[in-house]
Each structure stands twice: as C-alpha cells, then as structure tokens.
Design a protein around this ligand. Structure first.
Ligand code: DGL
Length: 213
C-alpha cells in the first residue's frame, strides 16, 4: 500500500517543501497541514510547540500517515526529538538550516536568517560547531518576518530594518534561509546580497523523504 506522508508547518512556509517533495516524488500521496492559527511558531515556548505539533501529528495518524515531514525549522529544533519518542511507529523527517550545504560549497561569509527560537536552539549551535570552521558567520534572528509572509502583508519595511544594518553586504557569499517562510522572499532578500547564493533546505528534505520511502 502506498505510504501517506503528512507535511506540516505553521502556515504557508512548508508548502515550499511540499512542492519540492512533489517534484522529486510526483506520485507520492501527501497531506498538508498549515497551522496558520498558531503562526508564528518562532516566538513560542518549547512546551507550547510540543503540544501544538503533537496534535497535528495525531491528526495525521488518524488520516493514515506513516511518515511525517516537519516542514518547519523551528518545530524541528524544538519538537522532533519528543515527537519521535511519543510516536515511535512513525518516520519523521525534519528541516534544519542548510548551513552544512553552505560550508560544503566553500562559502566563506555566511548569513543565517531564521526565527528567534531557531537561532537560539541547541541544534543550530551544534550545526555551527560541526560545520563552521574558519568561515565568517552572522546569525540573524528575524522576529516578525514569518508572520508577515503568512498574512501576505508587505515585507519591505521589515526586511529593511533587519538587513540594511548588516555591514559589508556585498561580501556575503551565502544566505541560508533557515525558515521555510523566507523561501518566498528570495528575490527581495537577494537584492540586499547581490553576490550571495540563497540556500534553503527543501531539496535536502525531499531527497531524504525519497530515500526513506
Ligand atoms: N516556517 C517556520 C520555520 O521554518 C516558522 C515560521 C514561524 O515562526 O511560524 O521556521
């Protein structure tokens, strides 16, 4: 029987991940849950996020899913370990900021944009420790950005507030989009970093799903 894959995020961000999964696995049976009621996840406590995401996973199990893709960096950092323990019969695939890809590609001056919760997380500390050796790295918590994307509200003023104070923007050669909502903002973000490659984790997630199916 074909596996049902549940994919969720705090809203529209994870749809960019879903699109990548559908590109790699056009016949996959997927169900998507965008939790816009609880958006933003990136400014909530771990306990709140575990409660919210456990309910979503329960919904997916009722729908017959056997694999769950957490298409959200924030929920992955805060919840994936607990969710794996709570739902041992399910296969979980998480999303993490693609810092490894940026380092493997040889970039030297990297900016990581993510929600405040992701930036503060142990997972990001571990990713930095494992991958960043002598590269320059700026960690930028982007409070307030994901909810603007979610509301389809203008983002220009917020991007200006967040990005224009960064010095030597033309020297940044990679921008890691550590929140799936930011994938929609690639053209606007690129205009601040003309010499950077913008990197998100979606193709890595899709490949991981394909390898597990
Ligand atoms: N899309 C989510 C992420 O990847 C978070 C957005 C939010 O703060 O709700 O981190």
């Amino acid at each position: 029987m074909q596996k049902i894959i549940g994919v969720f995020d705090s809203g529209v961000g994870g749809k960019t991940t879903l699109a990548e999964i559908q590109k790699v696995l056009p016949d996959a049976k997927t169900v998507y849950f965008g939790d816009s009621k609880n958006c933003p996840y990136g400014e909530k406590s771990q306990n709140e996020l575990i409660k919210i995401t456990s309910e979503i996973v329960e919904r997916f199990t009722r729908a017959g899913a056997t694999m769950v893709v957490i298409a959200c960096n924030t929920a992955t950092t805060q919840c994936i370990k607990t969710l794996r323990e709570k739902f041992p019969g399910l296969t979980f695939v998480g999303t993490e900021p693609a810092l490894k890809i940026a380092c493997d590609r040889g970039y030297q001056n990297i900016l990581l944009m993510a929600t405040p919760v992701t930036i503060r997380s142990q997972q990001v500390a571990r990713l930095v420790e494992k991958n960043v050796t002598n590269q320059g790295l700026t960690l930028l918590p982007c409070a307030g950005l994901a909810e603007l994307v979610e509301a389809a509200a203008p983002v220009e003023a917020k991007l200006e507030e967040l990005l224009s104070p960064i010095p030597n923007r033309d020297k940044i050669d990679a921008v890691v989009l550590g929140c799936t909502h930011y994938v929609y903002l690639k053209p606007q973000i690129q205009s601040y970093f003309p010499n950077a490659e913008l990197i998100d984790g979606n193709s890595g997630v899709a490949k991981r799903v394909a390898s597990l199916l």
